[in-house]
Design a protein around this ligand. Structure first.
Ligand code: PHE
Length: 348
């Protein structure tokens, strides 16, 4: 045993002399210390077959030799690293006084992203989660779960792109989601109640496109469910958003509007930020800008989300994110936002 240990040590020192770089050092390490077949490892394994006395004696010795060789390995590694650093310092040289190259055409965020980030910050400051949902959605979540059954006329207003034979559940057709509202149900199912969340995201509809209609656009959904939540909480939150977007003097007007997934439902407008309500080109002389839909979440939708409407209630809202972007930047053709024309995007 003693001899074997001495032999290993000699071999090791012999091999070490030929090591010139880190790769070779690694090979050496493998040869002697690899877990499976390293020479030192093998010796250590044999210790357990010795008698108790012999094990005590050689165990100590073996450990000493092992430690010694390991220390040598580390020293060699430091030496090699230093050599490398010195070599680089000798051959490479950086002129820190050289002026930097001019940056041409630096990119920036898309106007849509700018507004979305801003609203995400605003809502998280009020304790909302920011969630994400699928753009390719099941017919069930997009419509049925939010109280729009297959024969409901509300489906007509949201014609979209139907996807054939997608996914395991091919009984339910799949659609490119027409709204972010399906996330109301998904959010309740996943996170339970109480919940406060917003879901910004891309939506799709089968539109004959023109300056105001596009097959692809963005919404920002919101949902708040808890015990004793009422209409005035909803108005409070929506007023806070409106003031955040357009200033403290902004007034919110809620007028009844039917959406199958809320009851009562409202159409939300704010005083025009440009003319302050007097009437101008932006608000088409009405003094008001329509920017969201909202309402108290329908009991059927709560039930789909696994929530008992006798115990919990709340509100939901959906902002036309694309519309907010167009208003903020005075964009008059919605198609510019998606067509990737760099001359358009450079303006923001
Ligand atoms: N999903 C509705 C739409 O696309 C907006 C909305 C969301 C209305 C939530 C009420 C509540 O028009």
């Amino acid at each position: 045993m003693d001899e074997q240990l001495q032999k290993i040590k000699q071999d090791f020192l012999q091999d070490l002399k030929t090591v010139k770089d880190n790769l070779q050092l690694e090979e050496l390490e493998q040869k002697f210390f690899s877990r499976r077949s390293g020479e030192m490892t093998e010796i250590m394994k044999k210790l357990k077959d010795l008698s108790v006395d012999a094990r005590k004696k050689f165990g100590k010795l073996a450990n000493e030799v092992k430690k010694e060789l390991e220390d040598i390995l580390i020293e060699k590694q430091i030496e090699l690293n230093n050599q490398l650093v010195n070599k680089i310092a000798d051959t490479e040289w950086i002129d820190i006084t050289q002026p930097k190259l001019p940056v041409k055409d630096r990119g920036h965020l898309h106007p849509n992203t700018i507004i979305q980030n801003d609203l995400e910050d605003f809502f998280t400051s009020m304790g909302f989660l920011v969630l994400d949902g699928p753009e390719l959605e099941s017919d069930y979540y997009n419509f049925t779960a939010v109280n729009i059954p297959p024969t409901h006329p509300a489906r007509d207003m949201q014609d979209t792109f139907y996807i054939k034979d997608h996914g395991p559940d091919s009984d339910s057709p799949w659609v490119m989601r027409t709204q972010t509202s399906p996330m109301q149900v998904r959010a309740m199912q996943k996170h339970g109640v109480p919940i406060r969340a917003i879901i910004p995201g891309r939506c799709f509809r089968n539109e004959a496109t023109d300056v105001r209609h596009e097959h692809t656009f963005y919404q920002l959904e919101g949902i708040v469910i808890d015990k004793n939540i009422n209409f005035s909480h909803m108005k409070g939150v929506l007023e806070a958003v409106a003031k955040h977007l357009y200033g403290n003097e902004t007034v919110v007007r809620l007028r009844p509007k039917f959406y199958p997934f809320v009851e009562p439902g409202v159409n939300g407008e704010v005083t025009c930020f440009l003319c302050k309500g007097a009437g101008c080109r932006v608000c088409k002389n009405t003094g008001w800008l329509e920017i969201f839909g909202a309402g108290m979440v329908h009991p059927n939708v709560l039930r789909e989300g696994g929530v008992d409407p006798e115990k919990y209630q709340g509100f939901a809202f959906g902002f036309g994110l694309t519309r907010l972007v167009m208003l903020k930047y005075g964009i008059d053709d919605i198609r510019n936002l998606q067509n990737g024309d760099i001359r358009f995007l450079k303006q923001f």
